[in-house]
Design a protein. Structure first.
Length: 403
C-alpha cells in the first residue's frame, strides 16, 4: 500500500488519543444508533438546497471495494444473504442502504481484522474506484483545497449525513471522518478503513505517498498493530479517539499538487453535483428479490420456492409481484445468469464448469446463451473482459503507492 522508511520498524505505541481541536459533533438518534449529522443532513454540503440525497443511503463504490477485498481474501459471499441492494451493485447511479454496508462489515470484520484490518481493501484501490470523488484530488491545487471540495461532495462517496471535516491547527492539517454509526460495534474497523481512505486520497492527489504526522482511531488498540503502522506510514497512531483522523504537516497540505487543473476541477465538481442529483435510492422489493436470486446462483440452480420463502411470500405471490413490476421469473433468471456468467468468465474456470455453476445443461447451452446476449461466444467475451481488466489495472497502477 504505502511504503515509508525502513521495512522493519518497531511496534507503534498505543495511547489514548487527545484531539483538543476536534469537537465531537452533536447527534441525532436514528434506528437505534447515534447519528452524526453532516452540515445540513440530507443535503450535499455547499450545494444547492434542491439537491437532496436520502439519508441512510450510500453510493455503491465503497460497498463494491469491500466486497472485492472480502472475496479476494476468500470470505464467503453467501453469508451476505438478505443484505439489501447488492443486486444493483454494478449500477453507479443507485444509492444503496447504508445499513447494507454495515451488515457486510458485521459479517466480515473479524476475518478482515485478522488479514490486515480496515486498511486492507485499499490495496485494491485504483483511480476511479470511488467514481468522480477520486478525481477531485488529482485536479485540485493543494490537499487543503482537495479535502475542502471532497467534504462538500462527500455524499458522492458516502452517506449524506457523514463528512470529512478538515481543521488547521498548531499540529498541522487534520482531516477527520464523521460517521453515521459511531456507536456501532464495527465502528473501530470502519474508522481504520476511513483513515486508509483519507491517506489513499491524499496520495492520489500528490502522486506520491504522503506521510502523516499522526493518525487517530476509535476503539482500543489491538495487541499488535504493526500492520497499521505499515499501512498508514507512521508509528504515531493513537487509539481511543472519538473519530478517525489523519493529520498532515502544513507543508504537505499547502504544497502545490502536480496535476492541478482549475478548469478541470470545476468541471468535475459540476459533474459530481449532477451525478448526485440524478442518483436514486434502491430500497424496493424488486431489488431484494434480485439480491436473493443472485445469491441463489452462487449456490447452484436457483429455486423459485426457496427465494419466495426467503422473501416471506408464496411462489404464486412472487410471480404476481414480478408481473406487477413488468418482469417475470424467466426474464430475471436470464439477467441474473448473464451477470453471473460475466463474472465467472473473468476467473480461470472452464466453460464447462461455468455452465454447471450457472445451471446450464452443458457448455453448448451456455455458448448459445452467450451468443444470444452478445452476438459471439464465451471465448471472445472472456478475451475481451480479460484484456480490459488487464489494461485497466496497468493504467490504474501508475502513480499508486504500493507496499
Amino acid at each position: 500500500m504505502w511504503t515509508h522508511g525502513p521495512e522493519h520498524r518497531p511496534e507503534p505505541h498505543s495511547t489514548r488519543a487527545h484531539t483538543p481541536h476536534l469537537h465531537r459533533p452533536t447527534r441525532e438518534h436514528s434506528a437505534g444508533f447515534d447519528v452524526v449529522p453532516g452540515q445540513g443532513a440530507g443535503h450535499t454540503r455547499g450545494m444547492s438546497a434542491s439537491v437532496e440525497i436520502p439519508p441512510g443511503t450510500v453510493p455503491p463504490y465503497v460497498t463494491r471495494l469491500l466486497l472485492r477485498a472480502g472475496q479476494a481474501a476468500g470470505l464467503d459471499r453467501q453469508r451476505l444473504a438478505g443484505v439489501d441492494g447488492l443486486a444493483s451493485l454494478q449500477d453507479d447511479a443507485v444509492r444503496l442502504p447504508a445499513a447494507s454496508l454495515v451488515r457486510i462489515w458485521e459479517e466480515w470484520s473479524a476475518e478482515l481484522r485478522d488479514l490486515g484490518g480496515g486498511p486492507l481493501p485499499w490495496k485494491l484501490w485504483r483511480p476511479g474506484t470511488l467514481g468522480v470523488w477520486d478525481y477531485l484530488f488529482t485536479s485540485a491545487d493543494t490537499l487543503t483545497e482537495a479535502f475542502e471540495h471532497a467534504d462538500r461532495h462527500a455524499a458522492a462517496v458516502t452517506d449524506p449525513t457523514e463528512s470529512f471535516a478538515a481543521v488547521r491547527g498548531a499540529e498541522g492539517f487534520t482531516v477527520s471522518f464523521h460517521c453515521r454509526f459511531v456507536d456501532h460495534p464495527v465502528f473501530p474497523i470502519i474508522g481504520e478503513f476511513a483513515a486508509g481512505m483519507i491517506l489513499t486520497a491524499a496520495a492520489s492527489g500528490a502522486g506520491r505517498p504522503v506521510t502523516p504526522t499522526r493518525v487517530t482511531l476509535p476503539g482500543p488498540g489491538p495487541r499488535r498493530h504493526g500492520h497499521l503502522a505499515r499501512a498508514y506510514g507512521t508509528r504515531s497512531i493513537e487509539f481511543g479517539a472519538d473519530l478517525p483522523s489523519v493529520t498532515f504537516s502544513t507543508a504537505d497540505a499547502d504544497r502545490p499538487l502536480p496535476r492541478a487543473d482549475p478548469a478541470l476541477a470545476a468541471i468535475l465538481r459540476k459533474h459530481a453535483r449532477t451525478t448526485l442529483a440524478n442518483s436514486r435510492a434502491v430500497l424496493c422489493w424488486l431489488d431484494r428479490f434480485r439480491g436473493e436470486l443472485e445469491l441463489e446462483l452462487t449456490r447452484g440452480v436457483p429455486d423459485l420456492a426457496r427465494i419466495a420463502h426467503a422473501l416471506s411470500v408464496s411462489p404464486r405471490t412472487l410471480q404476481r409481484r414480478l408481473r406487477e413490476e413488468g418482469t417475470s421469473w424467466r426474464a430475471e433468471l436470464e439477467l441474473a445468469r448473464q451477470r453471473r456468467v460475466e463474472q465467472l468468465l473473468k476467473t480461470p474456470l472452464t466453460v464447462e464448469s461455468i455452465a454447471a455453476r450457472v445451471g446450464y445443461a452443458d457448455s453448448r447451452s451456455l455458448s448459445r446463451a452467450v451468443h444470444r446476449w452478445y452476438g459471439h461466444g464465451p471465448a471472445r467475451l472472456r478475451h475481451a473482459r480479460t484484456s480490459a481488466a488487464t489494461t485497466g489495472a496497468a493504467e490504474g497502477a501508475e502513480g499508486v503507492p504500493r507496499a
